[in-house]
Design a protein around this ligand. Structure first.
Ligand SMILES: Cc1cc2nc3c(=O)[nH]c(=O)nc-3n(C[C@H](O)[C@H](O)[C@H](O)COP(=O)(O)O)c2cc1C
Length: 416
């Protein structure tokens, strides 16, 4: 018998700021390293987003777009600089022509210590073991704030509906917030100092746009899962203490955030926490706890989006469940909305496996869904600085994956 899923919650519209998302599905930011040499969307970028806009999710988040080309994590990363304006404008126009209902949010980022030294300058608030980098000066952090402000103005001018200010996954926004950043400077030590960048940058970005309906929000890692990481009780302990992440949530909300996109982990260190995988799938359940904690502290109008759902798949997973047949991505998405754990469900790897997933799910074409197998090939592409796609469901990327393995061999990466 063909599997059918409950979608009565997932199909409901929801207000984000003063705009309406047509349903509760969000395409999470998924960087695929396929921009051109100036950081403009390339042919593969355009194809990916065309497919996603056809897929009819309520919200699509444009992958991590760098506010500086000098320090960036991906060789072929999208950038948001004055030189990218025309291309980004055209890109957005074409996507809106495909589907004008999608709320299009752009994720703005600076890679900090995750900037790749092969082609960019690695900078850090405080050197974390295993990550080198030039220590940032206070003046440089002020310059980076200016870059975010300029970026949000470009985003507005180019037709984005809003931005996702990236404060997760070990990129600069996370690095500054971490208790590990106990360096004695304006942006380190006390919570007031460590949160200064996040709060002041958001305040300045909100002031910099002219459209009152422009949406603001942040993806944050509630707990990075290593000593001194976001959500740990101090600079040298991994004991979880959500007091600061929840203060961050409240502080962002007070400064104009319309949504909080929950995440956890830091993929270059705690990969499976950020992307629960088939070896350590249980971390999906931690995400539910984090989503619930955020939902408990925000105002009713602040939209809470939750990450990490791909690991449930169509129920073909190794997760312990109360009812095995219900342990699916749609089941948990629908149930968590019903239970008030989360307002919207953000889909990461599942959107690479099937960019039309929302449409198929909401229209009842459940047998046509291509499910993510959690094979990690998309992550391997990304780590190898290749164009990223789904090696299971997309023939072009199956071939590319074989070629990559022949050229570089098998990658063994940490998945703590
Ligand atoms: C190839 C790849 C690229 C990603 N790019 C981004 C990104 O640009 N920004 C971001 O915040 N998270 C990024 N993520 C993380 C996802 O958005 C998401 O948080 C994570 O995969 C967990 O959700 P899932 O279980 O639905 O995949 C990426 C993940 C993968 C596998």
């Amino acid at each position: 018998m063909t599997q059918q899923f409950r979608i009565d919650q997932l199909e409901q519209p929801i207000e984000i700021g003063s705009k309406e998302a047509k349903n509760r599905l969000v395409i999470n930011a998924m960087e695929c390293n396929d921009a051109d040499e100036r950081g403009n969307p390339g042919p593969k970028t355009k194809r990916r987003y065309k497919n996603l806009f056809e897929g009819e999710a309520g919200v699509v988040v444009l992958e991590a777009v760098t506010v500086t080309y000098e320090s960036r994590g991906r060789k072929n990363q999208l950038s948001i600089l004055p030189r990218n304006k025309e291309a980004l404008k055209q890109f957005t126009k074409e996507l809106k022509e495909i589907n004008d209902d999608v709320i299009f949010l752009w994720q703005l980022t600076h890679a900090g210590e995750l900037s790749h030294p092969d082609f960019s300058r690695r900078v850090t608030p405080k050197q974390l073991p295993g990550f080198e980098g030039d220590l940032l000066t206070e003046e440089e952090v002020h310059d980076i704030m200016d870059q975010f402000v300029e970026a949000v103005q470009i985003a507005e001018e180019c037709g984005a509906d809003g931005v996702d200010f990236k404060l997760c996954h070990g990129y600069l926004g996370s690095q500054l917030l971490r208790p590990y950043n106990d360096r004695d400077w304006k942006f380190g030590g006390s919570w007031e100092n460590r949160s200064r960048f996040a709060f002041q940058t958001l305040e300045r970005m909100v002031d910099a746009v002219s459209d009152p309906d422009f949406i603001f929000g942040s993806k944050i890692s509630l707990w990075e899962g290593f000593p001194g990481g976001q959500g740990s009780a101090g600079p040298d302990t991994a004991v979880m203490d959500l007091e600061e992440p929840l203060k961050l949530v409240k502080g962002l909300e007070e400064r104009g955030a319309d949504f909080i996109l929950e995440s956890a982990g830091s993929p270059s260190i705690t990969l499976a926490l950020a992307h629960p995988d088939h070896r350590i799938p249980k971390d999906v359940y931690m995400h539910h706890t984090f989503q619930q904690r955020v939902s408990e502290v925000v105002k009713p109008e602040t939209v809470v989006m939750g990450s990490g759902y791909s690991a449930f798949r169509d129920g073909d997973n190794d997760l312990q469940a109360v009812k095995k047949e219900e342990n699916t991505l749609p089941y948990w998405g629908n149930k968590n909305i019903e239970d008030g754990v989360v307002d919207m469900v953000a889909i990461g790897r599942q959107s690479l496996a099937d960019p039309h997933f929302p449409k198929k799910l909401l229209n009842g074409d459940h047998e046509d869904i291509n499910w993510c197998t959690l094979c990690d090939s998309c992550i391997e592409f990304l780590i190898r600085q290749q164009n990223v796609g789904c090696a299971v469901h997309d023939e072009e990327y199956s071939q590319a994956f074989q070629n990559m393995r022949e050229e570089f061999g098998k990658l063994s990466f940490k998945r703590t």
